[in-house]
Design a protein around this ligand. Sequence first.
Ligand SMILES: O=C(O)CCC(=O)C(=O)O
Length: 419
Amino acid sequence: MHDPTSQPIMMIDSSPPLLHHFGELARLSPQIPAPECNDLPSGTVVMKECCQLPLIDLGCLNSTTERERLACAEAICRASSEWGFFQVVNHGISPELVRNMRREQVKLFQTPFDKKAICGVLNNSYRWGTPTATCPKQFSWSEAFHIPLSKVSEQACYGEFSSLREVMVEFSAAMSKLARVLAGVLAGNLGHPRGVFENICQENNCFLRLNRYPACPVSPEISGLVPHTDSDFLTILSQDEVGGLQLMKDSKWVAVNPNQDALIVNIGDLFQAWSNDVYRSVEHKVVAHGKMERFSIAYFLCPSYDSLIGSCNEPSLYREFTFREYRSQVQEDVKRTGRLDYERKSGAAVVVAEPSGIGHLKLILPRSRVQYGTFRVRNFYLKNPTNMLRLWSTVLLLLFSDSAHHFVSKVLIIAANNC
Ligand SMILES: O=C(O)CCC(=O)C(=O)O
């Protein structure tokens, strides 16, 4: 029999060097002490508040009673407007499929780090930490595979991970079906055909992201994933029982209690723009856990890069833009600021008066997209003077409120040619 004490134990490290990189960032940021692992509290996830997300039984969408079907659709739309987030049960994805997917996900992440980083598995989509971070607050204590679904059935993507392929194909198809049902309900509520997203968001444009959040000995406050909104139409998330997901509700971070029977759905930026702000894309983050690793899988319902996204009803708050344009703006912001979220502490509101007399209002914030109460814009999406007025009144309100300095520090008026 093998005697475990007879040989040195080979520790194969599957985790990326998060502590090393976090430490480097901390040393470069004098106001934040470098991590001293042993001194730091562990095992705690700081939760500001717990919330009970709306829980919706999707089985009711297929009820024989029209009243139940309508009530279910209404619950989905109300949650998307009021919360931007909800949970669904009886969603049609079998617990066995979720279990199989999780098992394969765990196996994949257990691969030694060096191998994950270079073996090219899943279309070379492995990533970890935050390469653009310039300070600890911008650092995500996590690793992920972010896979375009156009590649998901390609044998060549899997190499030796052959058992992953079958379950990935089945899981992404099931998530895709569910995402389309939900998007259809949300579109129908706004007077559009339920199938409107069939053409806009073809399967090959969507993504599946496998996340792992290693236990984090550094701080209970560090982000597993930094605050962000999703730049898609909608996201469906399967999370394990560890917890850590928090969302912004009424200007506070609230923790989402894990529910093993439920999937979490959230509205993305594109649905907010398409719905003309009827549905809300809400900022969320993951708080790292001190002692336990956490796994989640997110499905992102996305359009093709050349799809034009405009608001579905007039008068529209947003001008038309392509998904490509939007993504490149997000990437530019991240490159420029290192941040995935927007900066609340400083910025400037800029009114641009064009010679034609048409005014634009730009909010120049490091993230260049902002959320003022329920009004949220990317600087180049504001379209008409009515929106400009609405935005101005919000800016002025903020300027005169106690918390003004948290949002906008300067208001500038600039002629178009100067911009
Ligand atoms: O893991 C989670 O709970 C959230 C994941 C997420 O927000 C993302 O992958 O964009």
